[in-house]
Design a protein around this ligand. Structure first.
Ligand code: NAD
Ligand code: GLY
Length: 361
């Protein structure tokens, strides 16, 4: 087992990464403050892993909420079902919530914990690659609004993150690829050496080689932990983690939540960001090609849907959380492994990117 720390002073927490961690009750129990524990999962993940997690909670007063599965349920109505269950079970302020599932379950559960009785503890047990390398770490929680992705939420850090890599055995290939998009993101924004490692090891990752996956998860979490520790509330450096997300969120919102997977939309968004960076002469065309090839090797889309017009992109991108004083800022690449957040990009070049040749049907 590998242990990492997200260094946030008194709110620091551990990330445990290893095989067969579901079953190591002591890892979970030491982070539970009161007696009452609510496990939140969904209808796909619960039949696979809920029994193991409840087994780790012997001796506690437990209750469960099983949510419908899908990004389209990441909304205020679903959040309310968690509040209702907490109230019906008379859960107090010293209760703990456990998120068991992918990023959707993690984000909703974290937001429920942030707001129930003005804030209770929660633990993350992420079961998708995307959640293991990104969403379970860093304390961003929330739900979608029909007009914008992740528009309602709060920063609320978990008390620990327990990553059992065996849970990836039941994940389908499309979801694994979606997680690889966020892994590739870390190489693009922060670590050219890791990007090269991914180029050399993408076949092993897709074949679910345990060692390769464990390294990719550990390296991703290390980079994320470092960035979150430096800028928890996204006043600066943390925004770099949003490479491709402004374009990607527009695709997710426009196509209807759940149609494009988050990781797929981010993959296309990252290539659009790379394309725009190259149009400014910042990124070498050769680096754009490498990014495109790696994303495609991972099984990810790299061109936006044909059905999306430039006007739709611009409209949806204008409500991005990085907009300040009405000015859109984007995460762009200066080099392989080096990203910036900037509002200083040319509108004519953005138009060219938004109309990228060869858009998908
Ligand atoms: P998801 O939670 O929808 O999970 C994907 C699918 O895999 C679902 O059908 C789920 O039921 C299923 N699943 C989960 N674990 C499984 C397992 N072990 N075996 C079989 N099936 C399993 O999607 P996701 O990709 O995990 O997360 C995407 C969400 O995360 C988006 O809402 C995105 O906005 C959010 N996100 C948040 C952050 C953050 O910092 N909070 C970062 C990145 C993404
Ligand atoms: N996924 C972006 C962030 O956590 O900041």
């Amino acid at each position: 087992m590998n242990t990492l720390t997200v260094d946030l002073g008194t709110r620091s927490y551990r990330i445990y990464i290893g095989q067969s961690l579901l079953g190591k009750a002591e890892l979970l129990q030491k982070y539970i403050t009161g007696k009452q524990v609510m496990v939140v999962s969904n209808e796909t993940v619960a039949p696979l892993y809920l029994k193991d997690v409840l087994g780790m909670l012997a001796g506690f007063e437990t209750a469960t909420v099983i949510l419908p599965d899908g990004e389209q349920y990441k909304n205020l109505d679903t959040l309310n079902t968690i509040f209702s269950a907490l109230l019906e079970n008379r859960f107090n302020r010293d209760c703990t919530l456990v998120a068991l599932g992918g990023g959707v379950v993690g984000d909703i559960t974290g937001f429920a914990a942030a707001s129930y009785q003005r804030g209770v503890s929660f633990l993350q047990i992420p079961t998708t690659l995307l959640a293991q390398v990104d969403s379970s770490v860093g304390g961003k929680t929330g739900v979608n609004h029909p007009q914008g992705k992740n528009m309602i939420g709060a920063f609320h850090q978990p008390r620990c993150v327990l990553i059992d890599t065996n849970t990836l055995d039941t994940l389908d290939d499309r979801q694994l690829a979606a997680g690889l998009a966020e892994v590739i993101k870390y190489g693009l924004i922060h670590d050219a050496g890791f990007f090269a490692w991914l180029e050399a090891n993408m076949d092993a990752l897709k074949a679910r080689d345990k060692q390769a996956l464990a390294y990719a998860i550990e390296r991703s979490c290390t980079i994320k932990a470092e960035i979150v520790a430096a800028d928890e509330r996204e006043n600066g450096k943390r925004a770099l983690l949003n490479l491709g997300h402004t374009f990607g969120h527009a695709i997710e919102t426009c196509t209807g939540y759940g149609s494009w997977l988050h990781g797929e939309a981010v993959a296309t968004g990252m290539l659009m960001a790379a394309d725009l960076s190259a149009r400014h002469g910042w990124l070498q065309p050769e680096s754009v090609k490498r990014a495109e090839q790696l994303l495609q090797l991972a099984g990810l889309p790299t061109t936006p849907p044909d059905s999306m017009s430039e006007a739709q992109f611009r409209e949806l991108m204008s409500i991005d959380k990085k907009v300040i004083g009405g000015k859109l800022r984007l995460v762009l690449l200066k080099n392989m492994g080096e990203a910036i957040v900037t509002g200083d990009f040319r509108q004519d070049l953005l138009s060219e990117t938004l109309n990228m040749a060869g858009k998908n049907a």
